[in-house]
Design a protein around this ligand. Structure first.
Ligand SMILES: CC(C)(COP(=O)(O)OP(=O)(O)OC[C@H]1O[C@@H](n2cnc3c(N)ncnc32)[C@H](O)[C@@H]1OP(=O)(O)O)[C@@H](O)C(=O)NCCC(=O)NCCS
Length: 391
């Protein structure tokens, strides 16, 4: 802009602290307007029309449907619907959670915030900050229903920052661990792994509900055993939670490849000592390495959490399938988020090529606590902090 350029018209750029602004829910037309605007950031794996179709479709899938997802916009109170400039926008997705302290478990819901966005002309003016401050407060009681078991409280809200650890922490979403194990996509047909005596079995849609039930049972048992005075929180790894990822995956792969993958995970090992993974394929851009398209392990479960040869062999046979699928679907790498010490050791035992990475910029799990005031950020232990909770 030249030195003598006129000032911006003030009505277009209200003060971000103005009482005339508020955070509210978007109309159908306004949802489409926000998707059109943010397609530049999140729609580049698809054509614009396919991205708009995907976003609309994703309001109808498990977790999101029946008002599970809320589309938020920061706008002027005084302007009519569908004509008010959208200064900032985001979504929140409701999910069931567990909180445990010294073995006492309570249930609740959380809201996972995603798609935080402000169009370029409105950036740097504090609108996104205003939206997030209001949102942090609103979500504390959003969609609470004291007459429905498990929906009586929102103990915390979450988000996964793609813009480093500082921005959201300013508003109270504290950063949690963000490491992962990355393995290359490899065809097992060309590796020695096919000689493993403990071969993995692929999982399809039909296998997942009962495994999620068992996972929840094991997780509750584990949380009931905590005695360290810390607050342990977990997003429930439900079938709906997995389906939210899988239906997105199916939609996107159908558009890109004309078909969708039926293998949604793999399982290995004898009853009582089984190891399984549920996974998804995520496309962030065209089929090129720079897009960072990734094969994500949504959830890894060890029935018996022991660091031994049998578990290592089971894990290896599962990862063989994952790596082969990653190759087939042209993904850069297989990622497994926040592996426990036991899982890290098991991966080392497999002798598969891998690296441990600490994400400094992208997908940093962040949590705002709404529960009792004695609990400080450092007292909260996010259990099963894996990709399935991402939104
Ligand atoms: C992230 C985004 C919503 C911020 O909007 P904004 O209008 O610039 O934010 P605000 O005016 O409220 O806040 C400005 C502050 O945010 C910081 N900020 C903005 N974008 C940032 C980024 N990509 N990385 C780190 N900090 C960022 C600025 O440095 C500034 O910091 P300061 O207050 O210390 O000076 C906007 O840049 C955007 O839509 N980006 C594209 C989509 C995206 O990446 N969303 C985040 C997904 S997790």
């Amino acid at each position: 802009m030249g030195e003598n350029a006129p000032e911006e018209v003030p009505t277009d750029y209200p003060d971000s602290k103005s009482p005339s602004l508020h955070l509210t829910t978007a109309t159908e037309e306004e949802k489409v307007a926000t998707w059109n605007l943010n397609s530049v950031n999140w729609g580049t794996a698809l054509s614009l029309s396919d991205y708009l179709e995907r976003e609309s479709y994703l309001t109808t899938v498990p977790l999101a449907k029946d008002n599970g997802v809320t589309h938020w916009i920061l706008v002027s109170k005084d302007l009519p619907h569908n004509e008010r400039p959208i200064l900032a926008s985001c979504e929140s997705l409701c999910k069931p959670v567990l909180v445990s302290r010294n073995g006492i478990i309570t249930e609740g819901i959380t809201h996972g915030i995603g798609s935080v966005f402000s169009q370029p002309k409105y950036r740097g003016k504090g609108y996104a900050a205003r939206m997030l401050r209001e949102l942090g407060r609103i979500l504390k009681s959003w969609q609470i229903d004291s007459s429905v078991s498990g929906r009586e409280a929102v103990p915390f809200s979450i988000l996964y920052s793609d813009i480093g650890p500082k921005y959201y922490a300013k508003f109270g979403w504290e950063v949690h661990p963000s490491s992962h194990i990355a393995l290359p996509p490899i065809s097992s047909k060309s590796s020695s792994s096919s000689s493993s005596s403990n071969s993995g079995t692929p999982l399809t849609y039909a296998d997942i509900p009962s495994l999620c039930k068992l996972d929840e049972h094991l997780l509750r048992k584990r949380l009931a055993e905590t005695k360290d005075g810390k607050t342990h929180v977990a997003i429930l790894p439900t079938n709906d939670q997995m389906q939210w990822h899988h239906m997105r995956e199916d939609f996107v792969t159908k558009k890109i490849f004309g078909k969708s993958p039926t293998i949604k995970g793999a399982i290995a090992g004898p009853e009582g000592k089984r190891v399984w993974a549920i996974w998804t394929r995520a496309f962030y851009g065209p089929l090129k390495p720079e897009s960072g398209n990734t094969f994500h392990i949504l959830r890894l479960v060890l029935e018996d959490e022991t660091d031994n040869e049998q578990n290592a062999e089971s894990l290896k046979s599962i990862l063989d399938i994952a790596q082969e699928e990653a190759k087939e679907w042209q993904l850069n790498e297989v990622e497994m988020w926040n592996p426990s010490e036991v899982v890290r050791s098991l991966v080392r035992r497999t002798e598969l090529e891998h690296k441990v990475e600490h994400r400094e910029e992208e997908s940093i799990p962040s949590l705002m606590w709404y529960g009792d005031e004695e609990t400080k950020a450092g007292d909260i232990w996010w259990v099963a902090n894996e990709k399935y909770g991402w939104c």
